[in-house]
Design a protein around this ligand. Structure first.
Ligand SMILES: C[S@@+](CC[C@H](N)C(=O)[O-])C[C@H]1O[C@@H](n2cnc3c(N)ncnc32)[C@H](O)[C@@H]1O
Length: 256
């Protein structure tokens, strides 16, 4: 549903031939593939082995050389300061602990290197879908929510002490299907958070209520052209540069 976002992230991150690029929570390489197509040296890390396998096959078919690494974004199995650009396309947004994930993105980024992210906003279409899913499944959240990655203020709090001012933007991805109900049913079959919700709620007879709520949300965002469903889903772009020198005020390693 979001193939264009990976190419967009590669563009806003300024990925160039020869860069060492890390795509975190890369899935099947939605951002890793277009990044590698620029001639960058790309590493793609994800916690889901099946997605890495599918990504590896996609890259092989496209003639692209990407290093696929199985790992958790909360404890990346990668050296400090080893990448020029660290990117994540609606990826770190799905990691449970935002402060730990933010620290890992910064740790593996070279001083003076770039971190660029795309994340669904809380107010946008997908943000509302994810909020409804969290409410229906009674996910007990910490003080941080995954949707905080879609907020300028929260991303600043997560990253600001170790990066230059952050360039934010709000853009939209187009979602399309035969109907609002068709879109929800497709997502409930194919999109991790909805698949998990449907599996958990169906056994308690509660899935139909959430499905109806999601169809309402989708219908409210539908733009309805030619009887088909299409909706604009807002996402945040954030591009930031890691400080070139460690900051003695905020970096524990140099505080002494
Ligand atoms: C919505 S998908 C996005 C995938 C890809 N970036 C894209 O644009 O299609 C979210 C991804 O986050 C991965 N993920 C979730 N928790 C993770 C974690 N703790 N560490 C690494 N990857 C994780 C999932 O396996 C999944 O591939």
């Amino acid at each position: 549903m979001i193939p264009l976002l990976g190419a967009r992230l590669t563009e806003i991150a300024g990925v160039q031939a020869g860069d060492d690029v890390l795509d975190v929570a890369a899935g099947t390489g939605n951002a890793a593939l277009p990044a590698a197509a620029t001639g960058a040296k790309v590493t793609a890390v994800d916690i889901t082995v099946e997605l890495l396998r599918a990504g590896s096959e996609r890259a092989r078919n496209a003639g692209l050389d990407i290093r696929w690494v199985h790992g958790d974004a909360h404890a990346l199995p990668l050296r400090d300061s080893s990448f020029d650009r660290v990117i994540s396309c609606v990826g770190v947004q799905f990691c449970a602990d935002p402060p730990t994930t933010a620290a890992e993105l910064l740790r593996v980024c070279r001083p003076g290197g770039w971190v660029a992210l795309i994340a669904w906003t809380r107010e946008g279409f997908i943000g509302q879908v994810l909020s409804a899913v969290a409410k229906a499944t009674s996910v007990v959240s910490s003080i941080w929510s995954p949707l905080d990655w879609g907020s300028e203020e929260k991303v600043s709090l997560l990253m600001a002490q170790q990066v230059e001012p952050i360039a934010f933007g709000r853009e939209h991805a187009l979602m399309a299907a035969e109907s609002a109900a068709g879109w929800v049913d497709y997502m409930a079959d194919a999109y991790g958070p909805l698949v998990r919700a449907r599996t958990a709620l169906a056994s308690r007879g509660e899935w139909d209520a959430l499905r109806l709520r999601l169809i309402q949300i989708a219908s409210a965002h539908g733009q309805g052209t030619g009887g088909k469903f299409s909706a604009r889903a807002e996402y945040l772009t954030a591009v930031m540069r890691r400080h070139a020198q460690p900051n003695p005020r905020t970096d524990p390693k140099v505080r002494g």
